[in-house]
Design a protein around this ligand. Structure first.
Ligand code: ADP
Ligand code: MG
Length: 371
């Protein structure tokens, strides 16, 4: 990966892939600004060195209508920076000609080519720019046009957030397997479950909760009533030994209207004990529907057990960060990654398309060949 500090930035037009995928309240307020604030260092650096910056990002929150249009004034405050808004890709070139202030492009995933990693779309996106900087670590596990194909059309660099994430996560990979525990919950089974296979030889145990646990239980033939499951959970779980003793499933549940919405008291006790005896904890994904106080107990007590343990504590993922913040435990963790799926994938030593596109593995391949 090329080092951003060595580039001449004065008057350069820069496409900065950022990560602004934050939860938004029904009133339209950004509920969790962590990911946005993490972009500030790189953005400030680019601007203070005289670059013209257009930011590209996606937003999946329904309350915001999957659009940045109404969020721009809040970004302005969070980033301490005037931010304009560009409605669509064809308008970028003209903007770059006529303005110097940074601007945010509307939700990049509104373009059909984005999630298909379409080359033509990436080419259109690159028009008018001199340089591409990827600072969206949390999206690096996606093979999307603004993360991957774009690097074919512009000189490309990793932003400071990606550098920082990789340095911290590499230390976690390098720590011994003994006493390492992965806690996995949340809902994105299709992204998270495939990672488990690659984790089994890297950790002692995997504690499973959230919708992910429902998928396992369903695959094992247990009755999970009307609980939320991933449509393709059986396919996703194929090839994974469901009876592997390293995989620890919840034993009891908090059930409401025939839905499993949190782990139960026995599970909380058992998981807490494992956490207490571990040396390093990697946590991604809430144990239940923690946004509703009635189903937040599992997630809260797990977070307390982690914080009170003597283990090295790492967490990541948008909703996991929201939960940690809500419990006021943010400063008690050793490292908090902006990535959920991307963090897991990197820790499982899978290849991330976004990092591949930046040349990250070329360097590592070279290092391997030397040895
Ligand atoms: P992260 O953003 O931390 O990676 P995910 O996006 O995978 O986590 O999942 C978080 C979501 O999963 C939360 O909105 C939470 O309410 C939901 N969730 C967890 N457990 C359950 C459950 N049993 N039933 C329904 N939703 C759940
Ligand atoms: Mg999430």
């Amino acid at each position: 990966m090329k080092n951003l500090r060595q580039v001449e930035l004065k008057n350069k037009k820069i496409l900065l892939r950022t990560d602004f995928d934050v939860p938004v309240s029904e009133k339209g307020e950004i509920k969790e600004p962590f990911r946005i604030k993490k972009q500030k260092e790189t953005l400030d650096y680019l601007i203070s060195h005289g670059a013209k910056v257009v930011l590209a990002a996606h937003i999946s929150d329904e309350s915001a209508g999957r659009s940045f249009a109404s969020l721009v004034p809040q970004l302005h405050i969070l980033l301490g920076q005037e931010i304009n808004f560009i409605k669509s890709v064809p308008e970028i070139e003209k903007y770059l000609e006529n303005h110097t202030a940074p601007a945010l492009l509307e939700n990049i995933r509104q373009n059909k080519g984005e999630e298909k990693n379409d080359q033509k779309f990436a080419m259109a996106l690159s028009r008018g720019f001199d340089i591409y900087v990827n600072n969206a670590f949390a999206v690096c596990h996606r093979n999307h046009a603004s993360v991957s194909a774009i690097t074919k059309f512009l000189p490309n660099y990793a932003g400071f957030l990606i550098e920082d994430e990789l340095k911290n996560l590499q230390n976690i990979i390098d720590a011994p397997k003994e006493g390492k525990v992965l806690i996995m919950g949340g809902a994105k089974a299709s992204t998270k479950i495939p990672v488990i296979k690659n984790f089994l030889n890297k950790v002692d145990k995997v504690l499973i909760g959230g919708v992910i646990a429902n998928d396992f239980l369903k695959a094992k033939g247990e009755d999970i009533m009307d609980s939320v499951v991933d449509e393709n959970s059986l396919e996703i779980l194929a090839g994974l030994d469901l009876n592997n003793l390293q995989l620890i499933m919840p034993k009891d549940f908090n059930i409401f209207e025939k839905k499993i919405l949190d782990i139960g008291p026995e599970t909380i006790k058992e998981f807490s004990k494992t956490i207490k005896n571990s040396r390093m904890i990697i946590w991604n994904g809430p144990m239940g529907l923690f946004e509703d106080e009635k189903f937040a107990e599992g997630t809260r007590v797990m977070a307390e057990a982690i914080v009170n343990s003597g283990a090295v504590k790492i967490a990541g993922g948008g909703d996991t960060i929201s939960a940690i913040n809500r419990f006021g435990m943010f400063d008690k963790f050793d490292f908090i990654s902006t990535g959920g799926g991307a963090m897991l994938s990197f820790l499982a030593e899978e290849e991330l398309p976004g990092l591949r596109a930046l040349g990250y593995y070329d360097q590592n391949d070279r290092a391997k060949n030397k040895n």
